[in-house]
Write a new protein. Structure first.
Lengths: 503, 377
């Protein structure tokens, strides 16, 4: 009898936890706790837009592949169900934010929803034109060839933002197959997804020597697993000179020829020009935004800055919508600046995040903001020195686009000499009037790990407070979320001598 | 096992120090030792005029505590070991350093070296990661840049004539090593895998002209000898950087005979003659790509796989031992499809993870023993 009672109590407890979890993630709970009614209505508006986008995508999917096709896609790609948590992600990012800062997160949320549905369309709607590309290669050039394209690693990065445990089974799959467990978890997750057949095949693969050894080496496996022709782009070690740029342009031309040989894709230079113009517009707007971030307190911060950049430059570059979204963010920042309204009234510590962000614990930024007034104003994946692409000729466009790739996030930092990584940090530190630096010390990133000693010493010499936050990019089992929070608390307590807000 | 030949002692002795007696002798006579760490560095170019190449080793490294502060304890132990020795001034004779972005980790030794030691000559050759006409052209230019820098820094003759002469010397050295290596094709090779590895490593860490007479003497002794034939299985070792012959010795202590070596510091195809075809720099560039089979080369997985399969047949190998340095991402990731492909070809494979310094002997012996037994030998 006691056993039965205990079991019932246990079940009731689990049910309670489940119900609480559902409530905590729900829209209603969020709306009940928004700072103002205006925020609630704003959020509801964007929520409705996002649902409409999702439903529209659902309608298109059914019409394209039929109900049985949808069933087949879901069976072969079960990770897609995690995407239903996209709404929850937006709420988690927006929690505690108000006014235009809150609105900027809603705008980002709309961009994420639209971008994901568009990416899924690329992946599943037309396999006869589908090409797989490596994550450091922007899709726009390939789209200009009339191809459907997806970054093989994209969901390995995005899914952990929605649910931290979403790719663990894939990581384990790769390790069980013999991949070294100390390599970066992103290639391991991707290998696992490919091994289980949970990613669509396409006609060809284009990869590169970016951003790191694990990511690059994995393509020997993918080529054999998919049994597809493959092209490798090769970025030189020193890529800031004319010689390297010319070399890479030749490589890009050979790549285009390869794709024209192996796929129905044909280069449309007018379309590519249009995409480059959109990129230039996006760059111009982003630079305006960055100028505004230099003001203390900043008019926008956090994911509105770094996640927007990541999304629009890596996942959806070259689209008019991306430039438009960035313009909205810049306008929101400008309006805040005009009214002397900060993103958050508690901007106590302006922070620079260096190295790949905590994709599997994205809530840490909100937690830091709400608990200590720590605002992330810039990160290394966003920070760049891009110049507008000269759209006058195909050659000049390839050169400009090539520069974007060669100087891309993680690329110029992990590849090439240490100056690319460290000098950039100090430059951003000054540019944005930063108070402290967080290094996202991903245990699998050997290139950045081997610069930590040098960075530590140089930051100490310059009097820059530096937090080396140990974590794993997408595997929360390596360093728990709790442990990550403790590292921040310890740093704030011992180095910054800061108490939590309200203490 | 065959009776120990005292001729191997000289090679083993040369491996005891990171700057052996021959390096000392050459440096004392005014020659210029240039350190390097990667098989993509064309040794012949570093042999020009008074220069001589020294492949960096860290024999007897006890720990890497100081290096870990800068490079992190989660980097491959080879990079950390040589950096530790660098910080300990164990390479005080070295006048110049030449690196390759072999992987993500080795260039950080270059960076940290620049940061902490600020050597007078520290250079990275930007070796491309795929092979075609454009990349051979690029590497040729890179070698030209290096040659010019060496000339300007050390006042050495890097002319075509000088390079051709040194290519000739390298070919002589490579020929001697290859001749020795071919003896291992015999059913009863007159030398063990660990002995051969000692010779190769001594060759890579010494001035070629000074080590060559010893190699040739050894060859003359062994050429018509036969080994005892007391072994259970013929093995091939494949993998990354392996400098300590002790590792192979432990494998062979369990009845395996390592008859061929397909790793970074091995002879297949690592120590092969340069085919001189017109421009010596271009010939060296082509040679770099031809002689080095490394997972850093994105487009050459099939070539690496086929080379192993062909070599297995050529040397009548019973099984392959794949050794991977812990924290090596290139081999760590490539091993997965490689092992699978080899096993599909019916080639038994034992995959071993190791550190730069040979350790875990007991475990190693057990695993090798079990592997050999699984071969039915």
């Amino acid at each position: 009898m006691n056993d039965i009672v205990n079991k019932v109590q246990e079940k009731m407890g689990s049910l309670t936890d489940l119900m609480k979890g559902i409530w905590d993630d729900s829209l209603i709970e969020y709306l009940v706790h928004t700072p103002t009614t205006k925020d609630a209505l704003m959020h509801l508006k964007y929520w409705a837009v996002n649902q409409a986008n999702v439903l529209n995508f659902g309608r298109k999917l059914v019409s394209k592949v039929g109900l049985m096709g949808v069933k087949s896609i879901l069976e072969n790609n079960p990770w897609i169900l995690y995407l239903l948590k996209s709404d929850t992600l937006v709420r988690r990012l927006a929690k505690g934010k108000t006014g235009r800062y809150h609105e900027s997160i809603c705008v980002l949320g709309e961009a994420l929803h639209l971008g994901i549905t568009e990416l899924l369309e690329e992946m599943y709607f037309d396999p006869s034109r589908l090409v797989i590309i490596e994550d450091m290669l922007p899709p726009d050039l390939f789209q200009a060839m009339g191809l459907k394209v997806y970054n093989l690693e994209s969901f390995g990065l995005f899914l952990p933002m929605l649910a931290p445990d979403s790719v663990l089974a894939y990581i384990d799959e790769a390790e069980n197959a013999g991949v070294n467990p100390d390599s970066c978890s992103l290639p391991r997750a991707t290998i696992g997804m490919v091994k289980k057949g949970h990613l669509p095949k396409g006609l060809a693969i284009v990869t590169s020597n970016l951003p790191c050894d694990s990511g690059m080496s994995a393509y020997s496996y993918y080529r054999r697993a998919f049994n597809l022709p493959i092209y490798h782009l090769d970025v030189p070690f020193n890529f800031y000179d004319e010689r390297a740029e010319d070399f890479f342009v030749k490589d890009l031309k050979d790549m285009i020829a390869f794709l024209e040989q192996h796929t129905p894709g044909r280069m449309d230079w007018d379309k590519f020009r249009e995409m480059c113009i959109n990129r230039n517009r996006m760059l111009e707007v982003e630079l305006e935004l960055w100028d505004m971030l230099r003001v203390r307190p900043a008019p926008l911060a956090g994911e509105a800055i770094w996640l927007s950049h990541f999304w629009h430059y890596v996942v959806t570059p070259g689209k008019e919508s991306s430039a438009n979204y960035m313009k909205i963010l810049a306008d929101l920042a400008a309006a805040n600046l005009e009214e002397n309204t900060p993103a958050t009234i508690n901007e106590n510590y302006r922070t620079l995040l260096w190295n790949a962000p905590f994709f599997q614990f994205i809530d840490i930024f909100n937690w830091a903001e709400n608990n200590y007034g720590i605002t992330i104003l810039m990160d290394s994946l966003s920070y760049n020195h891009y110049e507008p692409i000269d759209v006058s000729t195909p050659e000049s466009m390839l050169k400009g686009w090539g520069r974007v790739v060669m100087q891309g996030p993680m690329v110029r930092h992990n590849r090439g000499p240490a100056e690319n990584y460290i000098d950039d940090l100090f430059r951003a530190y000054k540019q944005f009037d930063i108070d402290m630096v967080w290094v996202a010390n991903h245990v699998g990133c050997k290139s950045s790990q081997s610069l930590n000693g040098m960075m530590r010493e140089q930051c100490r010499a310059k009097g820059i407070p530096l937090l080396m936050l140990d974590y794993d990019l997408i595997d929360p089992r390596i360093v728990s979320h709790d442990s990550m929070l403790r590292q921040v608390e310890h740093f704030m307590d011992n180095v910054m001598k800061a108490k939590k807000l309200g203490q | 096992m065959q009776k120990k030949d005292k001729s191997f002692q000289i090679f083993n002795q040369l491996l005891e120090s990171p700057q052996n007696s021959l390096v000392q002798e050459a440096a004392d006579s005014g020659r210029i030792p240039i350190a390097y760490t990667c098989s993509f560095v064309p040794e012949a170019l570093l042999m020009a005029d008074r220069l001589f190449p020294v492949r960096l080793t860290a024999p007897g490294v006890a720990g890497t505590e100081i290096a870990d502060n800068y490079l992190s304890c989660m980097l491959c132990s080879y990079t950390r070991s040589i950096f530790e020795y660098t910080l300990d001034d164990c390479y005080d004779l070295i006048r110049g350093w030449v690196f390759v972005p072999s992987c993500m980790q080795m260039p950080r030794v270059y960076d940290n070296l620049n940061y902490l030691k600020k050597p007078a000559f520290n250079h990275i050759i930007d070796v491309p990661r795929k092979i075609n006409d454009a990349t051979v052209g690029w590497l040729t230019e890179e070698l030209g840049i290096l040659a010019e820098k060496l000339q300007n820094t050390f006042g050495v003759d890097m002319s075509d004539t000088s390079l051709r002469k040194r290519i000739d010397d390298w070919n002589h050295f490579a020929g001697a090593i290859q001749a020795l290596g071919l003896l291992r094709k015999k059913n009863t090779p007159p030398l063990s895998g660990s002995d051969f590895h000692s010779v190769v490593m001594a060759g890579l860490t010494s001035p070629k002209d000074l080590i060559l007479p010893h190699i040739e003497t050894l060859y003359r002794k062994l050429e018509n000898q036969e080994g005892t034939g007391k072994y259970r299985a013929r093995l091939m070792v494949v993998g990354g950087h392996l400098q300590d012959p002790e590792f192979i010795k432990i494998i062979e202590s369990q009845g395996g005979l390592v008859v061929v070596d397909r790793f970074c510091t091995g002879s297949i195809p690592g120590i092969s003659p340069v085919i001189l075809n017109g421009n010596p720099l271009r010939s060296l560039a082509e040679h770099c790509f031809a002689k080095t089979l490394c997972p850093r080369m994105m487009d050459s997985f099939d070539r690496r796989l086929e080379t192993i399969i062909e070599t297995v047949k050529e040397y009548q190998v019973d099984g392959v031992v794949l050794e991977i340095l812990k924290f090596c991402d290139l081999w760590g990731v490539e091993a997965m499809p490689l092992v699978s492909a080899l096993r599909n070809e019916g080639i038994p494979v034992l995959k071993l993870e190791r550190e730069y310094r040979t350790s875990g002997e007991g475990q190693l012996r057990t695993r090798v023993q079990a592997f050999i037994e699984s071969l039915g030998k």
